[in-house]
Design a protein around this ligand. Structure first.
Ligand code: KG4
Ligand code: ZN
Length: 329
């Protein structure tokens, strides 16, 4: 079964053809980083305009690279949210038009569910149930994926998402957007023990909080900025985020008794997080699944992977589908 996935939730226009929910035939991503970099963050209006320009060539390219044509598709899976409403509208409207004109079934996928399903695009992949930590620019969410469509939330961020903290700290340091890769590169040459930034473990809760850490970095910069190497600030900040994410996942394993962990979302491209999460899994004899970096950040293959399950469960969307900017999992 061939599913065409479409994701326009934020600042990447992406389309992908995936076979049987696991085998990627094509995964085309048109990044908008060059447009937003000069503003130090995503400008929603510019993002949606760029999606309008790119959606046709990106879908064309995905179909061409996969060696298929539209009538070969079993369904079109589109991300309906959460995300930027103007951006989501482009993907949803386009997907509806394709389904209408070629008489193809439409399925709607939650962006977070897409991130959870990115682990099924790699081998080995976990069997249900597994713990899923999604860490991205908009979300930090810990849940038990019990089975397809059944997700028990254990914790989420109370303020900033982990990726958002990386982006904001990068901006404070005067570095570029997106912040995660920039901070990671700086941190490679820095001392993670140089500054003891706070770690909000929130004992007794599996929620997260990163706004205090962000403020601590801001205060530190105001008091010491010029005297301190940026590399040490980046490394100490990164160490704090990673410690919290790994420790809380460890608590979730203890609390739930679930012995498999899947990590996904843009921040899971971070090498230190990947290493520390794997070390923790090794220590606790728990299997840890992390997709390759290209499948951690936004992509349409993950939307097609989750869409496949909607399709085989006959969970179709109508042509009156509307996106939801604040959709919950
Ligand atoms: O999943 P994603 O592509 O988009 C959302 O759904 O938000 O995640 C983007 C986020 C950004 O905040 C970016 O700074 C962060 O992921 N990110 C990283 C790394 N690569 C991307 N954070 C830390 N280390 C990285 N290597
Ligand atoms: Zn995402």
């Amino acid at each position: 079964m061939l599913i065409l996935g479409i994701d326009t939730s934020c600042d990447d226009t992406s389309a992908s053809v995936v076979e049987n929910g696991t085998r990627i035939l094509s995964n085309v991503i048109s990044s908008q980083t060059d447009i937003h970099t000069r503003y130090g963050g995503i400008v929603p209006e510019l993002a949606s305009r760029r999606h309008i320009e790119m959606i046709v060539p990106v879908v064309d390219e995905a179909v061409k690279r996969a060696g298929v044509s539209l009538p070969d598709l079993s369904a079109v899976a589109v991300c309906r949210g959460p995300g930027l409403i103007g951006s989501l509208l482009v993907g949803c409207s386009f997907a509806k038009a394709v389904c209408y004109s070629d008489d193809i079934p439409l399925v709607a996928v939650n962006h977070l569910e897409g991130h959870i399903f990115s682990v099924f695009l790699e081998t080995p992949s976990p069997e249900f149930p597994f713990l899923s930590l999604v860490v991205s620019g908009g979300h930090t969410s810990l849940c038990i994926a019990e089975s397809f469509g059944v997700y028990t939330e254990l914790g989420r961020t109370r303020d900033d998402a982990a990726g958002e903290a990386f982006d904001k700290v990068s901006k404070m340091l005067g570095c570029g957007y997106p912040g995660g890769p920039v901070i990671e590169r700086l941190a490679e040459h820095g001392n993670p023990d140089a500054i003891n930034f706070p770690r909000a473990y929130l004992p007794g809760s599996l929620d997260f909080s990163f706004s205090g850490l962000k403020t601590a970095v801001l205060n530190f910069l105001q008091n010491n900025g010029k005297d301190f190497p940026l590399e040490d600030i980046a490394a100490s900040f990164q160490a704090s985020v990673v410690d919290v994410l790994v420790r809380k996942t460890e608590w979730a394993i203890d609390k739930s008794g679930v012995g498999k962990v899947a990590l996904s979302g843009g921040v899971s491209a971070n090498s230190l997080l990947r290493k520390k999460m794997k070390d923790m899994g090794h220590k606790k004899t728990v299997e840890v699944y992390i997709p390759s970096s290209a499948l951690c950040t936004d992509n349409a293959a993950m939307i097609a992977a989750a869409g496949y399950h909607h399709f085989i469960n006959k969970n179709f969307a109508g042509l009156d589908l509307n996106p939801g900017a604040s959709l919950r999992l």
